[in-house]
Design a protein around this ligand. Structure first.
Ligand code: PEP
Length: 250
């Protein structure tokens, strides 16, 4: 049985003050949620103060990115040691905005994945095709390659999470139907089984991301291979994020 995981990616939203206000209210609202993992990825500057508030709660923290080196002359970057020290258990890697705006390649993402794992961080590796890829029927080739290259060389016993985020569905209000998402999730699970064996294939959690909202979470979560959600916009409000987290309870 895979425990569902719902993660909120705040991107470049919320000041430290706003993050603290959110954390204080949110912690109370979801205090009774234990049958699913809840993760928030705030901006770096909010990690420490949020950890202070959430350390005794059921909410875990994630970084949105990190560099692969431990220290050095890498202006503007954050190391895995710093991420871990700020209370993070997870780190999102290979988000489509990192790939498309900041030019991250599969090779860079792979270095980050290996570095995260060696620092006891659980990478949430994002993969996803563009609209053009989908229209050219290249979805499986693209996500398969991103997955295999991103995880290349990772220890078989390492814990990791995969997020399928079709680029055309991120922040657009256009969600993949549960059936479209499930088709890709099934493909990704088979690919993980091929590379890492059945045990890993059966146990790795594959999240869906792309305009997940309270209105569409139930349909997505009903799919066999969808184990959770990576939520952008709808994770910024306590109300909508709480509703998504509490899917299946209404
Ligand atoms: C994301 O940031 O990973 C994301 C899926 O965003 P949104 O939910 O806003 O589409």
């Amino acid at each position: 049985m895979r425990k569902p995981l719902i993660a909120g990616n705040w991107k470049m939203h919320k000041t430290v003050k706003e993050s603290i206000e959110f954390a204080l209210e949110f912690k109370e609202r979801i205090g009774d949620v234990n049958d699913r993992d809840v993760v928030i990825a705030p901006p770096f500057v909010s990690l420490f103060p949020m950890f202070d508030i959430l350390k005794d709660s059921n909410v875990k923290l994630s970084a949105q990115n990190m560099y692969f080196e431990e220290q050095g002359a890498f202006t503007g970057e954050i190391s895995p040691i710093m991420v871990e020290e700020s209370g993070c258990k997870f780190v999102i890697l290979g988000h489509s905005e990192r790939r498309h705006i900041f030019g991250e390649t599969d090779e860079i993402i792979n270095k980050k994945v290996l570095s995260a794992v060696s620092h006891r961080l659980i990478p949430i590796l994002c993969v996803g095709e563009t609209l053009e890829d989908r229209e050219n029927r290249r979805t499986f080739d693209i996500v398969g390659e991103q997955l295999a290259r991103g995880l290349y060389g990772i220890n078989f016993s390492a814990d990791f999470v995969v997020a399928y985020e079709p680029v055309w569905a991120i922040g657009t209000g256009r969600t993949a139907t549960p059936e479209i998402a499930e088709e890709v999730h099934g493909y990704l699970r088979n690919k993980i089984t091929e590379i890492f064996g059945k045990d890993k294939g059966d146990n790795v959690r594959i999240l869906y991301g792309g305009s997940v909202k309270p209105e569409n979470v139930e349909g997505l979560m009903a799919m066999e291979n969808i184990d959770g959600a990576l939520v952008g916009g709808a994770s910024l409000k306590v109300d909508s994020f709480e509703k998504i987290i509490k899917f299946g309870r209404q």
